[in-house]
Design a protein around this ligand. Structure first.
Ligand SMILES: C[S@@+](CC[C@H](N)C(=O)[O-])C[C@H]1O[C@@H](n2cnc3c(N)ncnc32)[C@H](O)[C@@H]1O
Length: 195
């Protein structure tokens, strides 16, 4: 698990990977804080990449929690399997989230943590994945994702923010995490209801 493996994958497929280096420890800590991971029954991570956020999620989960990670890149999946032999990992697209959950016989999800590069996704893919996220979360569930500060200057980044506010009951943003390359902030989005 290293910066160089994500960098190599970025050079081969920039529009899927979307980042030159993994999230910093500060960003990994912030994205996994205050979202109820410690009490969750079922958790999903989208786009784990090299697994830096995965490691922080695993640190916070109770042994009873079911945790599934979905990563599209085959080479990164091989690294993840080597580095996290216990991880339940699916080499597939987050756009198939609902179908994957059915195949894996998982019920509605408490928390979805995303490392996906939303600001470079075309509108159709953004929509498709967000629809899957919304349909998969239990009432009162939480979806969290980071966004690079400069992404707000891109139409896709602004469209993503607008869409989150339209479809979720409550959307919070954290202060900017400056100790990340590039600086980023986090969206914490909640669906309506309590269970
Ligand atoms: C910006 S990297 C984030 C890696 C890591 N989570 C981090 O924070 O350092 C985005 C990851 O999302 C994955 N990805 C992109 N599109 C995807 C999709 N449709 N389904 C699942 N994973 C996807 C990429 O392969 C890449 O590993």
């Amino acid at each position: 698990m290293s910066t160089s493996s994500l960098f190599r994958r970025f050079l081969q497929n920039p529009t899927q990977i979307g980042a030159l280096c993994p999230s910093s420890p500060a960003l990994c800590r912030t994205i996994t804080s205050d979202i109820g991971l410690e009490n969750a029954t079922t958790v999903v991570e989208l786009g784990p990449g090299t697994g830096v956020i995965t490691r922080e999620i695993l640190r916070r989960l109770s042994p009873e929690t079911t945790f599934l990670a979905i990563e599209l890149d085959k080479a990164l999946c091989m690294d993840l399997r080597r580095n996290f032999p216990e991880l339940r990992l699916c080499n597939d697209s987050a756009a198939r989230l609902e179908a994957i959950l059915q195949e894996e016989q998982l019920e509605r999800i408490d928390v979805i943590v995303s490392g996906l590069p939303w600001a470079i996704f075309p509108e159709t893919l953004q929509q498709e994945i967000l629809e899957n996220v919304l349909a998969s979360l239990r009432p009162g569930g939480c979806f969290t994702t980071f966004a690079y500060l400069q992404g707000l200057m891109l139409p896709a980044g602004r469209r993503f923010r607008k869409r989150l506010c339209e479809i979720f009951d409550k959307v919070e943003t954290t202060p900017v995490v400056w100790r990340n390359l590039p600086p980023a902030f986090i969206y914490r989005c909640h669906t309506a209801g309590t269970d």
